[in-house]
Design a protein around this ligand. Structure first.
Ligand code: DAH
Length: 352
C-alpha cells in the first residue's frame, strides 16, 4: 500500500469535492422522495459516493489513511447533517401547506342562501296548533294506513255512503285503506282514554282526486275533538269563533251554516270573513267576503257507543279543517298544487 501523502491529499480533495457536489445537488431537492434518492447516492451502502470513500481507505496506510479517513468522516457528517436539515424543512413545509389547504375561517358569515325554512303548510299548521294548545288541547297522531272500520264504520258512515266509493278512497290490500280524513283518530283516542279530553290531530290524508287548483290526492287536515259533561253547541261556536279570530285577526267574524257529516249531529260548516279583504269581496274569497274554514258538529251518540262511552252522560264537539286550503287563503294562493312541486322559487317566499 502506498503511503504517498499525495494520495491522502487526493482523497481529502475527493471528500471536499463530494461535499461540494452534494451541496449543489441538495439545492434542487423539493420533496421527500428526491431527498431519499439524494441520500442513497451519497450515503447509500451500494452506490453512495461517501461510502466509496470509505471503501477506498482499504487501499491506504498510515497517515494517508488517517487523513483520508478523517476527511471521509467529515464528509459523511456534513452530508448527514444537511440531509437532516432538509428533511425537517420539507416536513414542516408539507404540514404548513396541508394546514393552509384545510384552513376554515370560522369568523366568515354563514351563507344564508343555503338555509332552509318551514314549509308554508307546516307554518300554518303550527299556528293552528298554537291556538288550540293555548286553550289546553293536546296534539295527537294517528296512522295513515287505516281499516275500513276506523275510517268509516266506527264514524257512523252507512254502508252505502258515497265517501266509501272506490272513486274517493285509495284502497289497499284486504280491509286496509289510506285514511280519507283525520277523523278515525277520534275513535282511536276515545278507545284509549276516558273523558274529559280535548285533542287536535294534524296529519296527511288521501283521496282519489284528480289534481287541480283546489285538489290534491294527498293533503293535510287538522281534526279537533272535545268530550266532557255539559258540552253544548255554544261551546263549539265560542271555541271556533275564538280560533278564527286568533288565526285571521281580531276583526274576523264567523257564520255557521247547517251541514251534514255522519259522525256529528247537528253538523255545521263554518265560514270566516275573508282575511284578505275583511269581508268586502276580493279574488281570494271570489267576491263573497267569506272563506270556508272547517266542518264541525256535536259528536254523534253512535260514536260514543262504538268506543264504550255512555252517550247519556257525556257530550262533545268535533271539527275538521283542510290546512292546505286555509294556508292558500292566508297566502292568497291560487293553485294549491304549488305546495307539493318543491319549486324553490315558490318555497323561498315563505322563509323568514
Ligand atoms: N272529516 C271531515 C272531512 O274530511 C271533516 C270534519 C267535519 C271533521 C266535521 C270533523 C267534523 O271532526 O266534526 O271532510
Amino acid at each position: 500500500m502506498s503511503s504517498d501523502p499525495n494520495d491522502s491529499a487526493a482523497n481529502a480533495g475527493d471528500a471536499d469535492g463530494i461535499v461540494a457536489r452534494f451541496e449543489a445537488d441538495a439545492l434542487g431537492i423539493a420533496d421527500l422522495d428526491a431527498l431519499e434518492e439524494l441520500r442513497a447516492s451519497y450515503l447509500g451502502r451500494k452506490r453512495g459516493a461517501v461510502t466509496a470513500l470509505f471503501q477506498a481507505l482499504r487501499e491506504l496506510d498510515g497517515d494517508a489513511k488517517r487523513a483520508a479517513g478523517a476527511a471521509a468522516n467529515r464528509a459523511r457528517q456534513q452530508i448527514g447533517a444537511r440531509l437532516e436539515q432538509i428533511e425537517t424543512e420539507l416536513r414542516s413545509a408539507a404540514t404548513a401547506s396541508r394546514e393552509q389547504a384545510e384552513l376554515v375561517d370560522v369568523t366568515l358569515p354563514a351563507i344564508p342562501d343555503n338555509l332552509g325554512g318551514l314549509h308554508p303548510i307546516t307554518q300554518t299548521l303550527q299556528e293552528i296548533q298554537n291556538v288550540f294548545v293555548s286553550m289546553g288541547y293536546g296534539v295527537v297522531d294517528g296512522p295513515e294506513v287505516e281499516t275500513d272500520w276506523y275510517n268509516f264504520g266506527a264514524l257512523n258512515f252507512p254502508e252505502e255512503h258515497p265517501a266509501r266509493d272506490e272513486q274517493d278512497t285509495m284502497r289497499l290490500a284486504g280491509d286496509l285503506l289510506l285514511r280519507t280524513h283525520t277523523s278515525p283518530v277520534q275513535i282511536r283516542y276515545m278507545e284509549q282514554h276516558q273523558p274529559p279530553l280535548a285533542i287536535i290531530v294534524p296529519g296527511r290524508v288521501y283521496r282519489r282526486d284528480t289534481p287541480d287548483a283546489t285538489h290534491n290526492p294527498m293533503f293535510v287536515q287538522c281534526e279537533g275533538l272535545l268530550v266532557d259533561t255539559d258540552i253544548t253547541l255554544a261551546d263549539l261556536k265560542g271555541t271556533l269563533d275564538h280560533f278564527a279570530k286568533a288565526l285571521f285577526g281580531p276583526g274576523t267574524k264567523t257564520r255557521f251554516r247547517p251541514g251534514y257529516f255522519p259522525f256529528t249531529e247537528p253538523s255545521a260548516e263554518v265560514d270566516a270573513t275573508c282575511p284578505a279583504c275583511h269581508g268586502d269581496g276580493c279574488r281570494v274569497c271570489k267576491g263573497s267576503g267569506w272563506v270556508e274554514l272547517l266542518g264541525c258538529g256535536m259528536v254523534h251518540p253512535a260514536l260514543f257507543e262504538n268506543v264504550g262511552y255512555d252517550p247519556t252522560k257525556v257530550q262533545g264537539f268535533a271539527f275538521g279543517m283542510g290546512v292546505d286550503r286555509i294556508a292558500a287563503v292566508r297566502y292568497g294562493l291560487r293553485d294549491i298544487r304549488a305546495y307539493y312541486d318543491n319549486d324553490l322559487r315558490f318555497l323561498r317566499q315563505f322563509t323568514s
